[in-house]
Design a protein around this ligand. Structure first.
Ligand code: UDP
Ligand code: MG
Length: 323
């Protein structure tokens, strides 16, 4: 039977954690009893530098529940890095991996369906939200715009897929080879290939604690997604540049013609407009290029994406590669 590791990133989740642990561990016990997964399955919590009691709670449950374990980051590294850090630590202990948020907004019942799909032979099972009633209209609108934009610029993504997904060990092996620091897992996982399918579920309201993704973080996440995967913004700037040049060419001909016909044009407004417009276009262009230069700068430094300070996984349970 395959060993399942549920990887749960947690940042300041002391309020929701006890309930989450109970729900997940009951679910896991059920799967074990049904003989769908091995008894050595684990729920691995990744404490992403929480400032509250999150790590203490994980420690407490690690002692009393053999299926609960945890790793502790040295500081906050962010949601995406917490997931990749969890998978890195879990890789040697499991055959299949499910990542899910600590607030249980994503329906845990979908895990059963994910395991079914795994038994049918799929390597990746995406969890996707088909009902977003509990999200605000604004959040739904931004999400929709984002997915359609990503599709337009040629980034393959599963629409409405969250970071709630099942991956097999061989997929995780390849996933860990994607070394980028500007991590955008929803864009990377489809690039790995292997047979994949989608399981749909309704996304619930966060019951305890509050969202760690304020609008500012959400926008920067979307911007990261676009610029880490596509140079479409640069093409856009190129198009703007070409258009502006053609328009100015016409303006030159027009002014020369006006000059020779002896009509004097005050010219102040057209000058002002051109200066401001071209200045604006140039500024946008420079900032977009700067964005990519910044990305290159960040990637070339090859800094670690996460730092594990404490690891509660017992080394005895590691999978022997020769197995
Ligand atoms: N999270 C994390 N590090 C962060 C921010 C969030 O590990 O810097 C975790 C958080 O504990 C939760 C998941 O990532 O398990 C998703 O965060 P949240 O629920 O706040 O986002 P939302 O569901 O509102 O998009
Ligand atoms: Mg949430």
């Amino acid at each position: 039977m395959e060993r399942l590791i549920i990887v749960v990133p947690a940042y300041n989740e002391e309020e929701s954690l006890p309930k989450t642990i109970n729900v997940l561990s009951e679910l896991m016990q059920g799967f074990i009893k049904q003989k769908r997964i091995s008894n050595e399955s684990i729920i691995l919590f990744v404490n992403d530098g929480s400032k509250d009691k999150t790590w203490a709670i994980i420690n407490e449950y690690d002692k009393k529940n053999e299926h609960v374990s945890g790793i502790n980051f040295s500081r906050n590294f962010g949601h995406q890095n917490a997931i990749i850090g969890g998978l890195t630590a879990a890789y040697d202990y499991g055959d299949i991996f499910i990542t899910i948020d600590a607030d249980l907004q994503d329906d845990v019942e979908a895990m059963g369906k994910m395991l079914d799909a795994r038994l049918e032979g799929y390597d990746i099972v995406y969890g996707a939200r088909n009902v977003r009633e509990t999200d605000t209209k604004f959040k739904r609108w931004t999400a929709e715009t984002f997915y359609s934009l990503m599709k337009k610029i040629g980034v393959e993504m599963v629409p409405d897929a969250a970071d709630y997904r099942l991956t097999s060990r061989r997929v995780v092996k390849h996933l860990l080879q994607f070394k980028e620091r500007n991590l955008f897992l929803r864009g990377i996982v489809p690039k790995i290939g292997y047979p994949s399918t989608v399981v749909y579920y309704a996304r619930k309201e966060r019951e305890l604690g509050e969202s760690k993704y304020p609008l500012r973080k959400m926008l920067s996440f979307a911007w990261d997604g676009i610029t880490s995967f596509s140079v479409a913004p640069m093409h856009l700037v190129l198009g703007m540049g070409i258009t502006t040049t053609l328009v100015s060419l016409f303006m030159v001909i027009y002014s020369v013609w006006q000059y020779f016909s002896g009509r004097v044009i005050p010219g102040w407004s057209s000058l002002m407009i051109s200066i401001w417009f071209i200045g604006g276009v140039q500024l946008i262009g420079i900032s977009v290029i700067g964005e990519y230069v910044g990305k290159v700068f960040n990637e070339t430094k090859e800094r670690p994406r996460f730092i594990i300070q404490d690891n509660l996984m017992s080394t005895e349970k590691k999978i022997d590669e020769k197995e």
